[in-house]
Design a protein around this ligand. Structure first.
Ligand SMILES: C[S@@+](CC[C@H](N)C(=O)[O-])C[C@H]1O[C@@H](n2cnc3c(N)ncnc32)[C@H](O)[C@@H]1O
Length: 403
């Protein structure tokens, strides 16, 4: 591979924004890709993938490069040189790479790869937490998998088409996909591509959604005509799926504390041809109380650490803090206790997270079941999905029934 100066500069600029200005990696990359209209898909791929890989292995590469945060531009070039050297890329004779000690880099890599927190490039606290919660061996396998680049998975919108027709339509737009067994609505891209530019996307034939996440709406066991509340709806990935499973019949009430997220859902719903969603901002306890005892089904897709989706958000390794996780666990219990009151007798609810930590998952459900509001519920079944076992995002979902 030959390195192109303007692409490498774009990578350095992106890393500066992410590491030093605390910008989210996806936003920084999205912004950068608009920089030069002449860039083809390979150029764009190089910029995006190199940034993601360096973000993923920040700790390891910075340690090898012997630089410490905050990184000035020289530091960022040294980190870049480590990445390129380990990839076997021949460094051009630019001033930024003068005196790059290629042999020393490989030697340090071999040494540091013996230590998991460097090899997998994670903060000490995260390594300790993973080990405590999942056990040494299981955690080691899981974090290795969570460091891989995620596949692009689509969920077919059954309100508009089916898997076969979507596959053919994408093929006509030069995008090859494959069917995933055990995931009834999923197609996996054989090669990465910008699917948002396709006619199929603009016509609302699919959404991009990981295979594990696609299992949540099904888990809630909805039927057309029901009253379903999705109380942590965000921009509505699962709300749209619920509406499709209900064939646009009945009512889905999408709620969130952020109006801005629900506004995004509105745009997506229009594209998806969904018309049974009502959006409500949770700005007080009122909208929740109004629905007490009314919902046939309730989805609590709870805020969480997001440790199951590190493949997609590798910068979370550097943004997450143990205090945040402790705080979010209190919110999880609070939403379980308060929002579960919306379920009517005989109704069902799903508590889901994109975390792999038992303390955010089954332990929270156990705690809820012994609390005052939880006494009315029984656990029907639950499912923990781990990246190293499934090949997809880490997820948890529990189905509970109200007596
Ligand atoms: C895991 S995300 C939801 C993802 C979304 N369901 C999807 O499928 O795209 C959790 C959501 O919970 C929302 N949230 C956080 N605290 C909340 C609270 N106390 N009540 C309701 N929603 C909350 C966040 O704004 C966020 O959108």
């Amino acid at each position: 591979m030959r390195l192109h100066r303007n692409l490498c500069f774009a990578v350095i600029d992106g890393l500066h924004k992410i590491f030093n200005e605390n910008e989210y990696a996806d936003k920084a990359v999205q912004q950068l890709l608009k920089r030069d209209k002449r860039w083809g898909s390979r150029d764009r791929g190089f910029v995006a993938e190199t940034i993601y890989e360096i973000v993923r292995y920040k700790r390891l590469y910075a340690e090898i490069a012997n630089v410490k945060a905050p990184f000035d531009r020289d530091n960022l070039w040294r980190i870049f040189a480590v990445w390129a050297t380990l990839k076997g890329i021949k460094l051009p004779d630019w001033k930024y790479f003068a005196d790059t000690p290629s042999r020393k880099i490989k030697g340090r890599f071999d040494e540091l790869s013996q230590i998991r927190k460097y090899r997998e490039s994670i903060p000490d606290w995260m390594d300790n937490l993973g080990t405590t919660e999942l056990g040494e061996e299981f955690w080691a396998q899981e974090i290795t998998k969570l460091n891989e680049q995620a596949d692009v998975i689509l969920r077919v919108n059954t309100l508009k088409t089916n898997k076969k027709d979507l596959q053919l339509k994408l093929q006509s737009e030069e995008i090859e996909t494959e069917i995933l067994p055990n995931h009834p609505y999923a197609l996996k891209l054989k090669e990465r591509a910008n699917v948002f530019k396709t006619e199929a996307f603009k016509n609302g034939w699919f959404e991009v959604q990981d295979a594990s996440s696609q299992l949540v709406a099904d888990f809630l066991d909805v039927e057309p005509g029901m009253k379903v509340v999705d109380v942590c709806a965000g921009a509505g990935g699962k709300t749209l799926h619920l509406a499709a499973l209900m064939q646009n019949k009945g009512q889905v009430i999408a709620m969130d504390i952020y109006e801005s997220k629900l506004k995004k859902l509105k745009i997506r719903a229009r594209r998806n041809g969904v018309h049974n969603i009502e959006m409500k901002v949770i700005d007080s306890t009122k909208p929740i109380k109004k629905l007490h005892g009314k919902a046939d089904r309730l989805l609590i897709d709870a805020p969480c650490s997001g440790l199951g989706v590190l493949r997609r958000n590798p910068d979370a390794k550097w943004k997450l803090e143990p205090e945040f996780i402790e705080n979010i666990k209190n919110i999880q219990i609070e939403v379980l206790q308060q929002y579960s009151k919306m379920v009517k007798p005989g109704g069902k609810m799903v508590y889901a997270t994109c975390s792999i930590l038992p303390s955010e998952n089954e332990k929270q459900v156990e705690k809820f079941l012994t609390s005052e509001s939880g006494k009315e519920f029984t656990l029907v079944t639950d499912k923990s999905i781990f990246a190293h076992k499934s090949g997809f995002d880490g997820f948890y979902m529990a189905l509970l029934e109200k007596k």
